[in-house]
Structure formats: C-alpha cells, structure tokens
Design a protein around this ligand. Structure first.
Ligand code: NDP
Length: 450
C-alpha cells in the first residue's frame, strides 16, 4: 500500500542522491518531476509495484568516451564525450548534443531525463537522450571544430542510428556542427539516413526546425494568455540568451505584436527600452551566427545600455529565459513576481532554480516549464525524422501549422492534468509532469520488467 507521499518522496530522493553522488542538476530535475508524480500515483498501486519512476530515473545507459583531436598548431587535445540514453519506452532515443566547457555527466543526465518527459508531451514516438562534450567551440577555427566533430562521431556512430538514437543540436551545436557530424557518420557507415536532426536543407533538413524551439516557446505563452482572453500583443518582454532559441523567440514575439526589450549572452545583457525591431534582430543574427561576436557590439551600434549579469530586475509583462539552466535564481524569480510579471515561458532547459519555480507557482502567474514550453524543437525534429523516412520534404507553411498544433496540444494536455478540483487556475508544472509521465509509464507497464 502507498504510504504518506512525503515519506515516499523523501525516501525516493534519498535513494536518487545516494546512487548519483554529487550530480546536483540531475537530483534537481528528478525532484521536480517526482514532486508532482508522487501525488498523482499515491492511489495507483500498479506504478508503485512496478517501480516506474525509479526505473525512469535510472538511465538505460550512460556512454562516456575519449575524444582526441589536433588543433591548428598541431597540439593533441583530449576531451570527454558522452551520450546518455535515458529511456526508449515510446520511441527511439532522441535529444540534442551540447558542446560547452560546463558540460558534465550530471548535466547530461538531467537533460536526458527531462527529454524523456518532453518528448512524451509532444505526442510523437520519441524516447529521451542527451549527449555532448566539454569541448568549447568558442574561439576555435572551422577546421578545429570539424576535426573535433569528426573525432566525436568516430565513437558516437556505434551507438546511434535512425531507429536507435537520433541526436540533434543544443548549446554550441548548430548547423555547422551538425553538418560535420553527419558528414562523418555518412563516411563511416556509407549510409544516408536520418541519424541526426537539425540538418541543412540540402541534405535532409526540415523547414522550420531552426525556428521551432523559439517559436514554440512563444506559441505556448500565447496559448496560456488566450485561455484568459489575452495575448502577447502589446506586452513588454524580457528575453535572455541571443542564440538559436532566443533569436526565434524574439522573432515570434515581434510577429505577435510584443516588444522585446532585452537579450543576453555570457557577457551580460542589453536593455533596449524602445524595443528590438526586425532590423536590430537581423543585426543580432549576423553578429551571433556569422561573426560569433558579443552583445556589447549591439550596445555600441544602437546606443543602448549593456549591463553585466541578467535582465530579471527589469519591470516587464512577460519573461522568456532562453540561455541556459539555472539562469533565474530564487531571488530573481521573487523579484520578477514583485515587479508584476504576468507570465514566464521557459525556452531554455530548466532555467529556473527549484525554489524559483515554487515562487512562480505560489504567485499563480502563468508559468510554462521547459519540458512543455520548449518542446517545439524536438517536435519538428520528430517531423524531420518522418520526412527522412519517407524521403520527402513538407512545405514550410504545413510544418509551421503542425508546430502550432503540437504546441496547442501540449498546452491542452497540461491544462487537463494541471487543475485542482474547483479551481480554474492551471499549474502547468504539475500538468506537464503528470501528462508526460502517464504515457511513458503505461508503455513501460506493457513491457513488463525489462
Ligand atoms: P545557443 O548556443 O545557440 O545559444 C545559447 C545562448 O545562451 C547564447 O547567447 C549564450 O551566450 C548563452 N549562454 C550559454 N551559456 C550561458 C551561461 N552559462 N551564462 C549566460 N549565458 C549563457 O543555444 P540554444 O539557443 O540552442 O539553446 C539555449 C537553451 O535552449 C539551452 O538550455 C538548450 O538546452 C535549450 N534548448 C534548445 C533547443 C534547440 O532547438 N536549440 C531545444 C530545446 C531546448 P554566448 O553567445 O556568450 O555563448
């Protein structure tokens, strides 16, 4: 019989911490899901008996490998690469690759765990994985990045495949890196298959994939506001990051009539009170994607303020954290609430600290957790896989409509599981965790103990 939730959750988390020592990001991600799921399964003995949550929180496998490459000066460099295959109950493993010096096994385990739930929410048949390396592409020449990617794929190719595990991009892995990785996979295997998503349009990529995560994050916010007969139109928006997700979140906010007043990078943020319009955004894309420059150049070009730190102390209506994990501290979350923030939609993965999430949910603002709000990227990746299998390319308009439908579907699933009796307010964290859990858990039950 289920005993008290509190005791169960504490004992469960003590076990997770004991089995994964020092992996704090992983503990945080598991706690965030377990907190809601324990309530839900309290009277559902079948999930307890089958130890479903414990099994999802133990990755199917964690692959770790050495990646040697030669820099332009002829020095031998040694990095570590990983692929964490968390769960394939509902489809082949799927999730991005991150190249950043901060990458650790803990971060990739948290991301792979989150990805399992996110992919479930999309309604598409995809399991959860994540991978990457502590390699820093910043400041490296194209040739150095190419040699690193080729060396990384020379090990990774053994573990991936179009029906096994399909990686994609993430921080530090964009179109250039995916091109080099796919080129090496093709060379090693002599097979042209959809083993990676986020590919260039010339070799099997999908329209809208580049835009999908940022667009989807804003669509989700629009759905939350529409439910309350409101919209993004006319809202002042804080966006953090200035990479792929931030750029297209900003673009969609502009299209929907909102005003973007900040962007950030690892050197700080710019505050443009007049709003970042389409021309200024084009400048940011050229700066970040082609010249790989810093936002201080934006401040100089347009005569606006540049500050170190993060943009969360500014007053605004909506916030879109689109840079990295734990970029909204608990204090910053409380400050956003105190300054009257109406909604937060997480474009980045787990950008809000655990207690910060509590501050948002307690204040009953519109809060969309990353596993729901940024699922648009992996959803279009799923559609890229379907197009590759059928060897066709769908039209951009068709894909944008599909993306919008998928985001609406995720929103509605969160509403279905995120309300308490007699209360119309939606706790999107609870809704996302429970909706995602049910699908993965029921598939696992069907397989028996495997
Ligand atoms: P990019 O590498 O394109 O951009 C990342 C941005 O975040 C850059 O502006 C970077 O600054 C900034 N940044 C990175 N690390 C830090 C840090 N420690 N402190 C401050 N700023 C930082 O990555 P993406 O836009 O693809 O990814 C952003 C987030 O969205 C990540 O959490 C990722 O996991 C998540 N995500 C991405 C998806 C995608 O489709 N790309 C899908 C789902 C989630 P700088 O320019 O200085 O490096």
């Amino acid at each position: 019989m289920a005993v008290s939730d509190h005791v169960n959750l504490e004992a469960f988390m003590a076990g997770v911490e004991r089995h994964n020592p020092g992996e704090t990001e992983f503990h945080q991600a598991v706690y965030e899901v377990a907190d809601n799921v324990f309530d839900y399964i309290d009277d559902k003995e079948i999930y307890h008996e089958a130890q479903i949550l414990r099994r999802i929180a133990e990755p199917d496998r964690v692959l770790s490998f050495r990646v040697c490459w030669e820099d332009d000066k002829g020095n031998i460099r040694v990095q570590r690469g990983w692929r964490v295959q968390n769960n394939n109950a509902i489809g082949p493993y799927k999730g991005g690759l991150r190249f950043h010096p901060s990458v650790t096994q803990s971060i990739l385990k948290f991301l792979a765990f989150e990805q399992t739930f996110k992919n479930s929410l999309t309604g598409l048949p995809m399991g959860g994985a994540k991978g990457g390396s502590n390699f820093n592409p910043k400041g490296k020449s194209d040739h150095e990045v190419m040699r690193f990617c080729q060396s990384f794929m020379t090990e990774l190719y053994r573990h991936v495949g179009e029906d096994t595990d399909v990686p994609a991009g993430d921080i530090g892995v964009g179109a250039r890196e995916i091109g080099y990785l796919f080129g090496q996979y093709k060379r090693l295997t002599n097979r042209f298959v959809g083993v990676l998503t986020g590919k260039g349009m010339e070799f099997g990529g999908s329209p809208i994939r580049t835009e999908a995560t940022g667009y989807g994050t804003v669509y989700f916010m629009e759905s939350m506001l529409n439910r309350l007969s409101d919209s993004v139109d006319g809202k002042r928006c804080l966006v953090s990051g200035s990479g792929n997700v931030a750029q297209y979140a900003a673009q969609k906010i502009l299209e929907l009539g909102g005003k973007v007043i900040t962007l950030s990078d690892s050197g700080g943020f710019i505050h443009d009170p007049h709003g970042i319009d389409a021309d200024k955004l084009a400048f940011v894309k050229e700066l970040k994607n082609l010249r790989r420059g810093r936002l201080t150049e934006y401040a100089a070009e347009f005569g606006v303020e540049h500050h170190t730190g993060r943009p969360w102390a500014l007053a605004a209506d909506l916030a879109f954290p689109c840079a990295t994990q734990n970029e909204i501290s608990t204090a910053e979350a409380k400050l956003l609430v105190a300054n009257g923030i109406r909604g937060v939609s997480e474009g980045a993965n787990m950008p809000t600290e655990q207690e910060g999430i509590h501050a948002f949910t307690e204040a009953r603002i519109l809060f969309a957790p990353s596993k729901a709000a940024n699922a648009g990227g992996v959803a279009v990746s799923g559609l890229e896989m379907s197009q590759n299998s059928a060897r066709i390319t769908w039209k951009e308009e068709e894909l944008e409509n599909l993306l919008r439908d998928i985001m609406t579907g995720i929103h509605d699933r969160c509403v279905e599981h995120g309300r308490s009796p007699g209360d119309d307010h939606v706790n999107y964290v609870k809704g996302a965790n429970i909706a995602a859990f049910i699908k993965v858990a029921d598939a696992m039950l069907a397989y028996g103990v495997v």
